[in-house]
Design a protein around this ligand. Structure first.
Ligand SMILES: *Cc1c(COP(=O)(O)O)cnc(C)c1O
Length: 422
């Protein structure tokens, strides 16, 4: 099946006489005929649902769909994108360990990696993603466990060189984790370029309708966890009667461990209702992404032509820093998200934003409706000026998330905003 078809048909396959729409299995528990069977479930020696903190049939259908879209061996849904990135790291790093992340990533993730994980004894080094490989390799230590980056960085719209980072990671026996939230598998499938684990904030385009916070982790199944650096995968897990993940679950070792250890212990599993709503979003993901891209291309050109605009970051623009890289990684388009800066100060940006009528001024992005955000005074407020610069954010930067409205209405709104600066 092609990806547009997978959006509709993967995950749930109703049999003769069964409901056409994915049913919401509103149940915390599952009944079995014997205690022996339940014992086997606890030993992970048979497959099946036992408790909805760990798995649920509605959520499972969505996990299968997301795994298929990304081309992975398995996926795990979480209650948020933050939870997805948290578990993606905790599944391979513990107190005393270290990992590396591109500095140009989502503000919430910078906080998680730089502040909160540090309290757990896991240290993160943020590197300039554009530095030469030799420079980045200098940050790798004996206790380094992973490298992390975002396909399209939120909000600076930098395109991550996945192949370069996969090369660095694999030379050192490390997995590359890519947050593919903005691109979605419709625009980029990071596994095809060497990434090992993909994460998502499904809150964004996957849901698309601003109704449900959620996340997902997808396992490519290709990373060799038995290379000596990851004993948690190759030694018996006492909390599961001595299960050895690489031995018992083969290529699905990573995603199985994330579910049965971390989802079990941290309680980050979404509800069936949440998964049902996410599935509705996923069904139309391919059509929506196409329209987001075409509208954003027009909006980016429009802004770039205005003398009031200092710069526009959108990779399809001919002069964009990431133009050629985007043609490689994002040949079908670069999503609906544009970042740009008006000439003038922080106040100019605020005046522009406050005079828009169509675009919603919201703390959200990647939605069906056009929305705008001023990162320096909202999502990235907690960062110092130094961290802001490292994350590719100027004080006047505006993140414009172009929606599915008619492009003429979007451009008219932007024009009104520009007129208000006179
Ligand atoms: C929003 C976002 C997150 C966090 O996701 P939530 O669903 O809000 O927890 C992580 N990464 C990226 C790239 C995001 O845009």
């Amino acid at each position: 099946m092609k990806i547009e078809t997978q959006c509709l048909h993967e995950g749930y396959h109703p049999q003769n006489g069964q409901p056409k729409a994915l049913p919401i299995y509103q149940s915390t528990t599952y009944t079995y005929d014997s205690t022996e069977h339940i014992g086997k479930l606890f030993d992970l020696s048979v497959e099946g649902h036992m408790y909805s903190r760990i798995s649920n049939p509605t959520v499972e259908a969505v996990e299968k769909k997301i795994a298929a879209l990304e081309g992975g061996v398995g996926a795990l849904c979480t209650t948020s994108g933050q939870a997805a990135n948290l578990l993606a790291i905790l599944n391979i790093a513990q107190a005393g360990d270290h990992f590396i992340s591109a500095a140009t990533i989502y503000g919430g993730t910078i906080n998680l990696f730089g502040v909160t994980l540090k309290k757990f004894g896991i240290e993160c080094t943020f590197v300039d993603a554009e530095a030469p490989a030799e420079e980045i390799e200098k940050a790798i230590r004996p206790n380094t466990k992973a490298i992390f980056g975002e396909t399209i960085a939120n909000p600076s719209i930098e395109v991550f060189d996945i192949e370069k980072f996969a090369g660095i990671a694999h030379r050192h026996g490390l997995p590359l984790i890519v947050d593919n939230t903005f691109a979605t598998p419709i625009l980029c499938r990071p596994f095809e370029f060497g990434a090992d684990i993909v994460t998502h904030s499904t809150t964004k385009y996957m849901d698309g309708h601003a109704v449900q916070v959620g996340g997902a982790i997808v396992d490519s199944g290709k990373f060799n966890w038995a290379n000596g650096k990851f004993p948690e995968f190759t030694e018996p897990d006492e909390s599961y009667h001595g299960v050895v993940y690489t031995k018992n679950f083969g290529s699905a070792a990573y995603i199985t461990k994330a579910r049965v250890q971390l989802t079990r212990d941290f309680g980050t599993y979404p509800s069936a209702q949440a998964a049902f709503l996410l599935n509705l979003g996923l069904e139309t993901l391919a059509v929506r992404m196409e329209r987001h891209c075409r509208n954003a291309e027009r909006a980016a050109e429009f802004l770039a032509a205005s003398p009031k605009v200092e710069f526009v970051h959108y990779p399809t623009l001919a002069g964009d820093r990431y133009h050629s890289r985007a043609r490689k990684y994002l040949p079908h388009g670069c999503s609906g998200v544009i970042s740009f800066s008006l000439k003038g100060s922080r106040d100019t940006a605020i005046r522009f934003m406050d005079s828009l009528k169509l675009a919603n001024n919201v703390v959200h992005v990647a939605d069906i409706c056009t929305c705008v955000l001023h990162p320096a005074s909202s999502t990235h407020r907690q960062l110092t000026d130094e961290q802001l610069t490292a994350a590719g954010i100027t004080p006047g930067l505006i993140r414009l998330s172009v929606g599915l409205e008619n492009i003429d209405d979007i451009l008219e709104d932007l024009q009104n905003g520009l007129n208000a600066l006179d």
